[in-house]
Design a protein around this ligand. Structure first.
Ligand SMILES: Nc1nc2c(ncn2[C@@H]2O[C@H](COP(=O)(O)OP(=O)(O)OP(=O)(O)O)[C@@H](O)[C@H]2O)c(=O)[nH]1
Ligand SMILES: [Zn+2]
Length: 203
């Protein structure tokens, strides 16, 4: 699978349903849950849910390359680690479509160019606002930064709780999942990995 497909599912490859179709589907789910979509409190719910979905899954509309294209070179030769830690995010697991709530820690070793700090969090949001597995999201953030900025290395760690593990199924509240992806110098050099870990953990 090439990088473009991996990073940017082709939403245009399939037909997006109409607003009416989306609202009808939500009415079916309301009935599936055991309620009556015709009762007053639920009359506007399909429209609200459709609107909320456009926001919660707005990442399909956005291309990380647009965000990562803006870089700066005037950093007086700074070439050490840049770490944005504790970036909060909400995503949804692609298996159950319930929330994944967590924090992302993203670092890179610049090679001449640096990113605007907010852009790292924007990239996290673009991928979080899609249906995800935590592993895929971790790799997608790392690959997007690696491919567009071409830094000496990228490190991404995600620490998240999956509501499909706590609200339902095995019902293990409070357990969290850690995933990480390293590229370049972070992948090649265990000392760089250890430095990233201690910076993420250190307070
Ligand atoms: N690797 C991985 N698994 C995930 C993620 N989010 C949810 N899952 C798991 O996806 C699996 C889906 O398993 P299935 O047996 O197909 O579905 P299920 O019957 O609903 O499974 P249970 O959750 O065990 O009740 C579950 O084990 C979930 O915990 C994720 O981000 N990464
Ligand atoms: Zn799940």
């Amino acid at each position: 699978m090439d990088a473009i497909v991996k990073n940017f599912p082709q939403v245009t490859d399939f037909e997006r349903p109409s607003q009416q179709e989306a609202e009808d589907a939500i009415r079916v789910l309301l009935r599936w849950a055991g309620d009556d979509p015709r009762r007053e409190g639920l009359l506007d719910t399909p429209a609200r849910v459709a609107k909320a979905y456009r926001e919660l899954f707005g990442g399909y509309e956005l291309n990380p390359e647009d965000v990562l294209g803006r870089t700066f070179e005037e950093v007086s030769g700074y070439d050490d680690i840049v770490l944005e830690r504790d970036i909060p995010f909400y995503s949804h697991c692609e298996h159950h479509m319930v929330p994944i709530i967590g924090k992302a820690h993203v670092a890179y070793l610049p090679s001449g160019r640096v990113l605007g700090l907010s852009k790292i969090a924007r990239v996290v949001d673009i991928f979080a606002r899609r249906l995800q597995t935590q592993e895929a999201m971790t790799a997608q953030i790392a690959n997007a930064i690696d491919e567009s900025l071409r830094p000496r290395g990228v490190a991404v760690m995600i620490d998240a709780e999956h509501m499909c593990m706590s609200m339902r199924g095995i019902k293990k509240q409070g357990s969290s999942t850690l995933t990480m992806t390293f590229t370049g110098a972070f992948k090649a050099d265990p000392a760089e990995q250890a430095r990233f870990m201690s910076l993420v953990r250190g307070r």
